[in-house]
Ligand binder design. Sequence first.
Ligand SMILES: Cc1cc2nc3c(=O)[nH]c(=O)nc-3n(C[C@H](O)[C@H](O)[C@H](O)COP(=O)(O)OP(=O)(O)OC[C@H]3O[C@@H](n4cnc5c(N)ncnc54)[C@H](O)[C@@H]3O)c2cc1C
Length: 391
Amino acid sequence: MPSVISTDVLIVGAGVAGLWLNARLRRQGFSTVLVESASLGGGQSVKSQGIIHGGAKYALHGALTGASEAIADMPRRWREALAGNGELDLSGVRLLSEAHYLWSPGTIAGNLTSFFASKAVRGRVDQVKGDQLPPALQDKRFKGKVYRLAELVIDVPSLIQRLADLAGDGLLAGQKIEPLLEGGVLVGLKVDEREIRAQRIVLSAGGGTAALLEALGLTQPAMQRRPLHMIIAKGPSLKPLYAHCLGGGTKPRITVTTHPAADGQWVWYLGGDIAETEGVNREPAEQIATAQKELGQLLPWIDLSTARWATLRVDRAEPLQSGLTRPDNAFVAEEGRLLVGWPTKLALAPDFADRVIASLDRDGIQPGPITALPPLPRPPMAIPAWEQLLP
Ligand SMILES: Cc1cc2nc3c(=O)[nH]c(=O)nc-3n(C[C@H](O)[C@H](O)[C@H](O)COP(=O)(O)OP(=O)(O)OC[C@H]3O[C@@H](n4cnc5c(N)ncnc54)[C@H](O)[C@@H]3O)c2cc1C
């Protein structure tokens, strides 16, 4: 029989939300165990585009909510952490781009009026030209306007690696999760038959949270999935580009981020409107053809003839929203010792941790005595999608 463990906070799900929270709690002196059933960061986190949004994209809708004002602080918090002087020491995590760009290909600047009037972008957006343009847009045939947003783009695999290092001995590879009850009250979880007692239990299992709640006999909080059909291109002629390309509507027509592959080539990862509803309904070959056509029109000077292509289907997992509003705030619900939530964005992982820590503070939860953990089976690191699909 594996040994019984007692810890202050037991976290289930080691994506960015669980890993960030775990590192924050450990820094405050709490003991933690973080359980992962597959690979570290391998759910949505390593499949994300790594943009640390500051809310600019949401300002495109014209009206800003209070929630998007909260997101405005995220780039600063991440920047401090990356510099080693923030709430976590993330020095060593690779920054892919100091800025994300907004690129309007034609003469649709009219759509940007409300954008520039909004509080989230005022004073934080500069137009760039000439050699300040992102390398992929530096061509005499380029027409249109480009604005630099104060948003970072990070290399998510190196972030996950750093957060895993900060987790010390507290990571546990575990598959079967059952409630551990005492007098009908949840006091911990049984993970592969091992009893783990905790003052608080946090479910941050992304798309796996609904099934975990069901295993615990709960139906709330309800979750929604938003399917995406992302496109990946890899080739020797690709140059770095981190930009939302605007179409006629309020959503970016295409969002391009560029990632380093293990063999030194660049990978373009394409999301935005192209990966949403219509893109989800396309077969992979059709989705690739659509992306090739779009890029051929937008960036005809980039030679895509030697690029290799793949697509990736992945769901975003979020709390169920009413109407069509997009969640742009971390979400945490509480019931007894259980806290359940979704950051809703990689960028909002700090906000997710804040909400859990605020709940512990409010309930007077203090770090208990730290006892050494027995050696635990450690979950593997996630492998980026392009290394698997386009090795
Ligand atoms: C294509 C795409 C692009 C995105 N781009 C961005 C972006 O540029 N910027 C941004 O801010 N956000 C972006 N997002 C959103 C962001 O990726 C997510 O909001 C964030 O990664 C969610 O983190 P998480 O830790 O909650 O979930 P996940 O990363 O999904 O992690 C959940 C973990 O829980 C584990 N798990 C599941 N079930 C169990 C179980 N029963 N027991 C144990 N473990 C379990 C999973 O294996 C997984 O490792 C993007 C999302 C997608 C899909």
